[in-house]
Design a binder for this molecule. Structure first.
Ligand code: UDP
Length: 496
């Protein structure tokens, strides 16, 4: 009898920032291994995914029933991108209630496979409950983190311990990360808003306290990162959970770019033509990811800083805070008077509405520095092209990413912090000039960013003939080996 193909079941939390890295991982696994991949999500997300899946992909998209109204959410709200921010935690709680349905779904898969269990279940960092389901069914389970090792370690350690609660009470302004081997100082201003106001009784704390400890039931954590420059967090988890971690990155999000490029913003050809007309290493790229934006006053200051710096730039402009996110570009309300015309006429700056082909821009030889919110995908994309960063973290673990890049990796200068901080254009312009000039600091950052690019290239190397495998390729092999070994060792689950 022909052997059945191994099945890998993947289920990300319902947010673009989670679904897209999961999908990128699914496509990578599909490309490199002969496994069947079942990608689970709620109906509306699956519908969206159908149009973004490459036509040659055989990833099976599977709907898990979900009715947002049953969970007190507005009708048809199945993704963070349509949920108002204060309801995100409600969506998280609703997703945890999918436990029995998910278990049933995996049982059905096993039944359809004549009793053969999936090779593994890859679950979201927010779905700690999934490790318990996998355990009950005798299936290997791993958490997949689209965030980096250090960023996730800070997130995990702070949510589980809430060390800042006491510091705030005592009137301090920083604390040391609990359980970290190396003393690591976090300033209160480096905490994302939900974390900073958490007191243990709020919904986010309750959710995290219930589900983060469940990771101990898991087989380990897969990271979209590279161990050569992001090992502090990896070591933290190995020690804390006594579990393996596998750094398999960078898994870059080309899917995301394809989908978004087709719905607006500047085309890759347009940006390339503009960049082609500029000297090598002369352009600053400014973008704050797929969701974040800054306040109107910060936007004014940033525009003035760009003009004052005198450098070429591409700036992806999203409506500032307080404006409808779907609003048309309002140059005269958001930017200094005449700014857009001056930039266009002098050909100094290209303003792009909402969405730009980021990877194409970062890979162009004219691009020199990236002013970024330091979302982990942006960080990986920038460093994969040897582009140093100016960091302006806004939410989630971005603050910890900036800390890692500034203090440990040496490829970033922090330019501002948060969506509400006061920004002075003279200071921002000075930092832009510093990094883009031939100053010692500028040269040093660019040299380090190139070193990191080489580390990344080496981590991804899979040389069949020479026999060399980079750390990320090896880690992926080890992960699947662990999954296979576990299945071999476990007893057959009860007949389903
Ligand atoms: N992105 C893009 N063009 C844009 C904005 C974002 O291509 O104008 C892509 C970017 O290349 C990255 C992703 O969207 O792959 C953003 O992910 P990241 O983790 O950096 O930030 P998030 O959007 O999750 O805050």
């Amino acid at each position: 009898m022909a052997e059945k193909r191994e099945n890998v079941v993947m289920f990300p939390f319902m947010a673009q920032g989670h679904i897209i890295p999961f999908l990128a991982l699914a496509l990578l696994i599909e490309k490199t291994r002969n496994y069947k991949i079942t990608f689970v999500n709620t109906p509306l997300n699956i519908k969206k995914l159908r149009s973004s899946l490459p036509s040659d992909s055989c990833v099976q998209l599977l709907e898990i029933p979900f009715n947002s109204s049953d969970h007190g959410l507005p009708p048809n709200t199945e993704n963070c991108d349509v949920v108002p921010y204060h309801l995100v935690v409600q969506l998280l709680e609703a997703s945890a209630s999918l436990r029995p349905v998910f278990k049933q779904l995996v049982e059905d898969i096993i039944r359809q496979q004549d009793g053969q269990r999936p090779l593994c279940i890859i679950g979201d960092i927010f779905f700690g409950w999934m490790a318990g389901v996998a355990e009950e069914l005798g299936v290997f389970h791993a958490v997949f983190s689209g965030a980096g090792g250090f960023g996730l370690a800070c997130y995990y350690s702070i949510w589980l311990n809430l060390p800042h609660k006491q510091v705030k009470k005592d009137g301090g302004d920083h604390f040391l990360l609990p359980d970290f081997q190396e003393a690591s100082k976090i300033e209160l201003t480096q905490l994302p808003l939900t974390m900073s106001v958490a007191d243990g009784r709020d919904s986010w704390s309750i959710f995290h306290h219930k589900y983060l400890p469940e990771w101990t039931k898991s087989g380990g954590i897969l990271f979209n990162t590279v161990e050569e420059f992001d090992d502090i967090g990896l070591v933290y988890f190995k020690r804390k959970l006594s579990k393996p971690v596998w750094a398999v990155g960078p898994i870059l999000l080309s899917t995301e770019n394809r989908v978004r490029a087709s719905i607006g913003g500047a085309t890759p050809e347009y940006c390339k033509a503009w960049l082609d007309s500029k000297p090598e290493n002369s352009v600053l790229f400014v973008s704050f990811g797929s969701m974040n934006t800054i306040s109107p006053s910060q936007m004014m200051e940033l525009a003035k800083a760009l003009e004052l710096s005198g450098r070429h730039f591409i700036w992806v402009v999203r409506p500032p805070i307080g404006f409808d996110i779907n609003s048309d570009f309002k140059s005269n309300e958001w930017l200094p008077e005449g700014f857009e015309e001056r930039m266009r006429e002098s050909e100094k700056g290209l303003l792009v509405n909402k969405w730009a082909p980021q990877q194409e821009i970062l890979s162009h030889k004219s691009t020199s520095v990236f002013l970024s919110h330091c979302g982990w995908n942006s960080v990986l994309e920038s460093l994969s092209h040897g582009v140093p960063l100016l960091g302006w973290a806004m939410a989630a673990e971005q603050f910890f990413n900036v800390k890692l890049l500034v203090e440990q990796v040496g490829v970033c200068v922090e330019v501002a912090r948060g969506k509400t901080c006061e920004v002075k254009h003279e200071e921002v312009a000075a930092k832009i000039k510093l990094l883009m000039s031939d100053s010692e600091k500028g040269k040093e950052m660019r040299r380090k960013a190139c070193e990191v690019r080489e580390m990344i290239e080496s981590a991804m190397k899979d040389d069949d003939e020479g026999g060399f495998k980079g750390s990320s390729v090896k880690a992926m092999d080890e992960f699947f080996h662990a999954a296979g070994t576990m299945r071999f060792q476990t007893h057959t689950p009860n007949q389903l």
